[in-house]
Structures are given as structure tokens and as C-alpha cells.
Design a protein around this ligand. Structure first.
Ligand code: BT5
Length: 323
């Protein structure tokens, strides 16, 4: 930890910490504490100071650097190794490279901008600079490769719960979309490197539209953001820290208890069950009623002839106003 990180780790959001206590913990004078607080304020930290009570950290600057995020991070392991890049092709690629070079479980790569942000199947993820969260976490679940897929559901639940903390009510759409008012606010791209019987690493890539106010024409009708939905912006670091906490929770729950609790939580945030949907999987197109989610994340679809199909991958289109 550098000295700013140590000072930030001592400051609290909910109560004042006395200058004397901070000075004691850092082994510096109270005047030096005041000077360092002044420097943090210049970097955009909103720090309240009250005579005889001390200092309180009211808001973070809108930056994603390690010290800013660490001031809010409550996790045991996820996000404790942190790389922040101004501009990158794809945070998923950076995280995979870092994983191959030995990144610890929970290592996170974030970027202010992606020049080649990726969706699934070679699609693009619109990743303009400075306004949103592009985050990739290196995970090393102690599971056989075929048991890994529900991690995408776990990430979906984590994103949904983080959004709820910021007053946004999302709906999960199978398999990896997070929607508000039927428009996409976040997407998840899970990538795995494995042998047949051993996982090397998983990269959980999460893009959340936070402070974007306008989208390019081709996305305007299908995309939304936290700022559009709430009317106010959010500090990206606050959101990143909340997301890391929920992702760690659901990862650990999945590893400890299997996919059932993850699938149950996922269902609670989904609103398309019981609705009529079309599913495209490769060249196949199917239509029916979305019945349920199997524990492994497969969608159970009831066809019009009464048969039930398990769909493991594909695209879902929901009949109008069913999201
Ligand atoms: C996804 O793909 O939804 C996965 C997106 C994952 C992005 C993160 S950002 C951090 C990490 N690094 C990466 O390079 N990727 C991950 P998919 O289900 O294939 O959806 C892609 C489709 O969503 C596109 O074809 C567009 O229609 C739409 N789209 C693209 N950018 C969008 C945006 N910013 N907001 C909403 N929709 C978008």
C-alpha cells in the first residue's frame, strides 16, 4: 500500500475518524495528516473535516485506480490485485494474459476505455471512455471444467444485486443480459481456459453502462445506463467495489454449495419465465414458453407440441413487453 492508500483505508464513510487516531496509525503529525487530506481533496476525494471530530470520506473521485477502489473494497480476495488501464483493446484479453502469467485468483483488470470491447460470438461491446465500467476478474474455481458454466449466472446475480444497491431495478435475461425497461444496461462475457479435466482460469468480463448519457444510433433503442435510468451519475469506483463484493459472494457460494442457490437467486431477478419466447441457437430457431432454468444454467423451453427442450446456449427474444 502506498501512503495515500493507507490513509484512505483509515477513513470511513459512515463516521468521523479523529486526526489524532490517523496521525497515530500512520506515525505522522496531525499537521501532516491535514496536509495529506488536502492533497487527496485535490485528487477529487470529498473528505469532510469537523473540529474535534476528525475526517470522514464522503465520496470518491470518479477514477478507477487501485487506491480509490480499495477505499471502498470490502472483499477478502476479489479485487485485491488490481490493474487499472486508461485504454485497452479488451479487459478480458488483459486479464487472460495476466492469468497466464500467474495472476492470483480475484485479480481484476479495469479500463477507462476499450477499443475492441467484445461481446459473445465476435460481437462488439460499445466501450466509450470514462463513463462506464469495463471489468474483468480472474477466477480460479476448484471445479471440473464442465461444472463452470453457471459462473455466468453467478456474475449476472452479482451485477443485478449491485445495481439494486444503486437504486436500479434490473431484470436478468437468459443467458447473460441485464436489462432495465427492456434495454440492456450490462452484459457478461465468461471465458475459460481449461484442459479436459482441469480449469486453468476463468475470466469473468462484465460491462456496465454507468454514466453514459447517449448511445450511438444502432444502440439507442436497445441500450440504457444507470445515469439514464436514475437521472444521476454514480462514482465508478463505488460501483466497482459493490460489484466485486457481490461477485465474490456468489462465486464462493457456487463453489461451496453448487449451482442450485445461484440458479434460485438468478430466477428471482428474471421476469421472462412463463412468457412466450423465441430462441436462436446456431441455425436452429425455436419458439415456446420459457419454463425454468436448470441448475447448470440451461433454459427449459416448452414447445407448442408439449415437448420440453433444454437449451444450453443461444439468444432469447422475448415477446413484446414481457421483459
Ligand atoms: C455481451 O455480449 O453482452 C457481453 C458483453 C461483455 C462486455 C465486457 S466489458 C469488460 C469485458 N471486456 C470485454 O471485451 N468484454 C467484457 P452479447 O450478448 O454478445 O451482446 C452484444 C450485443 O449487445 C451487441 O451486438 C449489441 O447489440 C449490444 N451492445 C453492444 N454494446 C453495448 C452496450 N454498451 N450497452 C448495451 N448493449 C450493447
Amino acid at each position: 500500500m502506498d501512503s495515500d492508500e493507507r490513509l484512505l483505508a483509515l477513513l470511513r464513510a459512515d463516521e468521523f475518524v479523529s486526526g489524532e487516531a490517523i496521525a497515530g496509525a500512520l506515525g505522522i503529525s496531525r499537521a501532516a495528516v491535514a496536509k495529506r487530506v488536502g492533497e487527496l481533496r485535490k485528487r477529487g476525494f470529498d473528505i469532510a473535516a469537523a473540529p474535534r471530530r476528525g475526517y470522514r470520506l464522503d465520496a470518491l473521485p470518479d477514477a478507477l485506480s487501485a487506491d480509490v477502489v480499495a477505499a471502498r473494497l470490502t472483499t477478502a480476495w476479489l479485487g485485491r490485485a488490481w490493474r487499472h488501464l486508461a485504454r485497452v483493446e479488451s479487459t478480458n484479453d488483459e486479464a487472460a494474459t495476466w492469468a497466464r502469467a500467474g495472476a492470483p485468483a480475484g485479480a481484476v483488470v479495469v479500463a477507462d476505455e476499450q477499443t475492441l470491447g467484445r461481446g459473445r460470438l465476435g460481437r462488439r461491446w460499445h466501450s466509450p471512455p470514462g463513463a462506464s465500467l469495463y471489468l474483468s476478474a480472474v477466477l480460479r474455481p476448484p471445479l471440473a471444467p464442465h461444472r463452470v458454466p453457471p459462473l455466468t449466472l453467478a456474475a449476472g446475480v452479482a451485477v443485478a444485486e449491485a445495481l439494486v444497491q444503486f437504486d436500479v431495478a434490473p431484470a436478468l435475461k437468459w443467458p447473460n443480459d441485464v436489462l432495465v425497461d427492456g434495454k440492456k444496461i450490462a452484459g457478461i462475457l465468461t471465458e475459460m481456459s481449461a484442459d479436459l479435466d482441469r480449469v486453468h482460469h476463468v475470466v469473468s468480463g462484465i460491462g456496465v453502462n454507468l454514466n453514459v448519457r447517449a448511445f450511438p444510433e444502432e444502440l439507442a433503442a436497445i441500450a440504457t445506463s444507470v445515469a439514464i435510468v436514475r437521472g444521476t451519475t454514480v462514482a465508478r469506483a463505488e460501483f466497482a467495489a459493490a460489484l466485486c463484493a457481490r461477485l465474490e459472494h456468489w462465486h464462493d457460494r457456487f463453489v461451496a454449495d453448487g449451482a442450485a442457490p445461484v440458479a434460485a437467486a438468478w430466477r428471482q431477478h428474471a421476469r421472462f419465465f412463463g412468457k412466450r419466447v423465441q430462441v436462436t441457437a446456431g441455425r436452429d430457431r425455436m419458439e415456446g414458453v420459457a419454463e425454468d432454468l436448470d441448475e447448470d444454467g440451461a433454459l427449459r423451453l416448452r414447445l407448442d407440441d408439449g415437448r420440453t427442450l433444454r437449451v444450453v446456449a443461444g439468444e432469447l427474444a422475448i415477446a413484446a413487453d414481457a421483459t
